[in-house]
Design a protein around this ligand. Sequence first.
Ligand code: BG6
Length: 488
Amino acid sequence: MTASQAQVEAFDLVIFGGTGDLAIRKLLPALFHRFVDGQIPAGSRIIGVARESLDDDGYRSSLRTALHEAGGTKAKVDAFLKQVGYRPLDARKDEGWDAFAALIGEQSEHVRVFYLSTSPELFVDICARLGHHGLNHGKSRVVLEKPIGRDLASANQINDAVGRVFAESQTFRIDHYLGKETVQNLLALRFGNALFEPLWNAEHIDHVQITVAETLGVGHRGAYYDRAGALRDMLQNHMLQLLCMVAMEPPSSLAPDAVRDEKLKVLRSLKAIDETNAAQVTVRGQYRAGASEGQSVPGYLDELAGGKSNTETFVALKAEIQNWRWAGVPFYLRTGKRLPSRVSEIVVVFKPVPHSIFGASAGPLAQNRLVLRLQPDEGVKLWLTIKHPGPGGLRLRHVPLDMSFAEAFGVQQPDAYERLLLDVVRGNPTLFMRRDEVEAAWRWADPILAAWSASGEAPRPYTAGSWGPSAAVALIERDGRTWSEDGE
Ligand code: BG6
């Protein structure tokens, strides 16, 4: 779509936080898949960087399990690992940086990508050192993993510090949800078909639901997660980006700024949620012990070493976009850990027909729904009303036109990171967040966090394996609507 599949030139990609969970579970396997497809040219170097004192071979061995789990044969994994190396470095200490700069400098003509997959507190130090060692030549790029800060003030601090070394055009703020096939398909669906756009407004759409449900708990990520919580971890970024893709005006092209300008307008039109209304339109929860996928699992507090916390592992809220297109159309968002199934979807619910010509015997007339499934199996469902076949009177049924991308195209969808990593190498920022977008998202999220903290209330408990606190059900049912279940 936005980036061609054209071959890239040999490049260097340095992953700070190279021994971390994200690097090992996602980034290296994504690069491996691109390697297997012949998209990592010979001569490219992938260099993991972290504080652990490992050598190249030690690092390579630590990656083998993940690469085999990603489907790699021994021969392919061996070939890929020849392009992978490791350097121990501490962002806060001088030691090792000169040698690192010399190593990077060996291939001065390569595009250089510095991927900061570390805690955001280190972004400032790492960028300062990259600048100090002259590592930003014209073809350098920096990738910032979310969350960028923990509020607007800290995001500004980080963005200012990064901006002292890298230009905005070199800065790629990644939100891997934008690399998911269905999210990009939203663009194709909305703007490649004449069918939807005329109906895509408050006159015809009743409401929109966005759910990102996970079965996993926080596990060993507790130290990070407890400082973040669901609003900062998922809603301020991934879910707002999904909302933007649904709600934005048609951009004039897929040029990076054309798309990002439209998303920004949506973020700036979000109705404020603050102390005056947070209690009515937001619900936060925290899981207690329960069962997940047939196994008993501990509660959030049991997983934390400290044992006490007011961090939310679930959030549901009603957002509103104050513009002509969306006036009065609620966007219900919910996300949580330890929910009953792993499912992410966007459900666009259309208004009922204005008048029914069918008698009571035909059965109820359901509203049309367009369901975009991001996971587990990516696809699109359009729920329509049809007549049940055969004699016996006119009986109405609500059935889906159902397209699974894997079945329709016979291919497994690539992981979101695969596309995004190569977009960085190609220098295509369309699917990355611009600084003003991140700021607008924090500007909206900060008052929600402030309202929660001012209320002094603890998050509502919910049993692991349930759909969150009952107040989340009440949030939508108060408006006479229900959460969509099983893609309906
Ligand atoms: C990450 C969050 O950004 O997204 C995690 O930090 C979350 O907490 C993950 O589990 C979900 O990503 P995906 O692609 O598995 O839905």
